[in-house]
Design a protein around this ligand. Structure first.
Ligand code: GLU
Length: 438
């Protein structure tokens, strides 16, 4: 039995679209499932777009997602001689001919002669696909300037790399009829094909930059984990069966088969990705989670070496359920600085409301008298005060929260207070009372 060999064959443009990297993921999963090889070919024949930085973006995205490949990557631009030799072979065999396109005298290009019969191929995902001879025209394989065209380069490279399965986006289905014909004309058996349905937005249109983060680098910059994006994209069009969703790379590779890849478009769902990222974040070892959050805080100028060693860990215990992205810790800056911003709406609604500051002053007096300042003691004291004042908890909780954090939304108030401690809590209440009076 021949070894399965798949490849990822991106054309570097500077950024790696999630649709492309999902194709890489499926190639990787299938190769690993079959105990075969996963290869990388950089289709860098567009010299203007395929800059070293653009190539590096592909390599970085793959490394970040853990898409390890076998063998040395093939750079298509180094294979021109092989492509042209194949064109010569096609000419000799009568499968191609030369023509001065448009008769401009600029030179002749080489044109591939389609077989002239109806064609079909079996797609591992879409089933049997066919096309009428009348709908397929001969096409250029070498331009008049002597450069090979995509179709020729792509097929010849796959042939030389002994690729057995081509897994790519279904925007290539039309090309595949041409490619199958090329393989046959070169005396080779075409590889197996699996065309992946596109990724679409909520309106069913191809998912693009306009819909939000569309490139691997965007997700990385936003603080997503490579493992979570990998898991999410793998499930965008493939399901292992049952309702299992959180799975590592190796387990997905063990379960991956084409018959569980859907043939209809897959809708990108950011809410689900965020949820998944939160799950991966919480599953990380403590030190790793803290290190990632510390990096975000440092970047935002919110980190101080003077903080107690266990401080960030205590903040994360309180925030754990609320953070789905590392970068979100930066939105809870009030844990780390006295100079936190006040949200105007929250101030209007909670502090400038009739009686709010008077209530805040009453809580301040109660909290100043507490011998022990914990989540339990601050909550009990507030409940007592409520009873005494004959008011609702909200009348006290809301002004307190905005005074110590600047915002009306956040984690459990009493746990927040415990982390801040008595001294800082009282100082912040004093500051708010002063700042917002009249
Ligand atoms: N470079 C092409 C692309 O990125 C190759 C597609 C393929 O054959 O996988 O669309």
């Amino acid at each position: 039995m021949t070894q399965v060999r798949t490849r990822f064959a991106p054309s570097p443009t500077g950024q790696v679209h999630i649709g492309n990297i999902r194709a890489a993921i499926y190639n990787w999963l299938f190769a690993r499932h079959e105990g075969g090889q996963f290869l990388l070919r950089i289709e860098d024949t567009d010299r203007e777009r395929s800059t070293p930085a653009a190539v590096q973006a592909v390599l970085d995205a793959m490394a970040w997602l853990g898409l390890n490949y076998d063998e040395t990557p093939v750079y298509q631009s180094t294979q021109t001689a092989t492509h042209l030799a194949a064109a010569e072979q096609l000419l000799k065999a009568g499968h191609a001919y030369k023509e001065d396109k448009g008769g401009t005298g600029k030179g002749e290009c080489i044109i591939f002669r389609m077989p002239g019969t109806d064609m079909g191929f079996h797609d591992e995902i879409k089933g049997d696909l066919a096309k009428k001879a009348a709908d397929m025209k001969d096409f250029v394989i070498v331009r008049s300037d002597g450069t090979p065209v995509f179709h020729l380069a792509n097929v010849v490279d796959d042939l030389h790399m002994n690729v057995t399965h081509i897994i790519r986006g279904d925007d290539h289905v039309e090309n595949t009829y041409r490619h199958v014909a090329l393989f046959r004309a070169l005396g080779a058996t075409p590889p197996k094909y699996a065309h992946l349905p596109m990724i679409v937005n909520a309106q069913g249109k191809p998912y693009s930059k306009r819909d939000g983060a569309a490139y691997v680098g965007d997700f990385r910059a936003k603080g997503y984990l490579g493992e979570a994006l990998f898991n999410y994209l793998a499930l965008l069009g493939w399901s292992p069966g049952g309702d299992r969703e959180l799975m590592g790379r190796d387990e997905m590779a063990r379960l991956f088969t084409f018959d569980r890849v859907q043939s209809s478009a897959a809708q990108f769902d950011l809410v689900k990705l965020l949820w998944m990222n939160g799950e991966y974040m919480r599953a990380l070892p403590r030190e790793q989670r803290e290190a990632a959050c510390r990096a975000v805080l440092q970047e935002r100028g919110l980190w101080s070496e003077a903080l107690p060693a266990d401080y960030l860990g205590r903040v994360l215990d309180v925030m754990a359920e609320r953070i789905k992205l590392f970068t979100e810790i930066g939105d809870a800056g009030y844990f780390f600085t006295e100079d936190f911003p006040f949200d105007e709406k929250s101030v209007q609604k909670r502090l400038k409301k009739e009686g709010a500051l008077e209530a805040l002053a009453a809580v301040r007096a109660t909290y100043a008298a507490l011998a022990e300042f914990t989540a339990a003691s601050t909550e009990a004291a507030l409940r007592e005060l409520c009873t005494a004042r004959n008011c609702g908890m909200g009348d006290l909780v809301h002004p307190v929260r905005v005074s110590v954090s600047g915002t009306a939304v956040g984690p459990s108030l009493f746990h927040l207070l415990e982390v801040l401690g008595q001294e800082r809590t009282l100082a912040r209440m004093d500051k708010a009372l002063e700042k917002f009076k009249a």
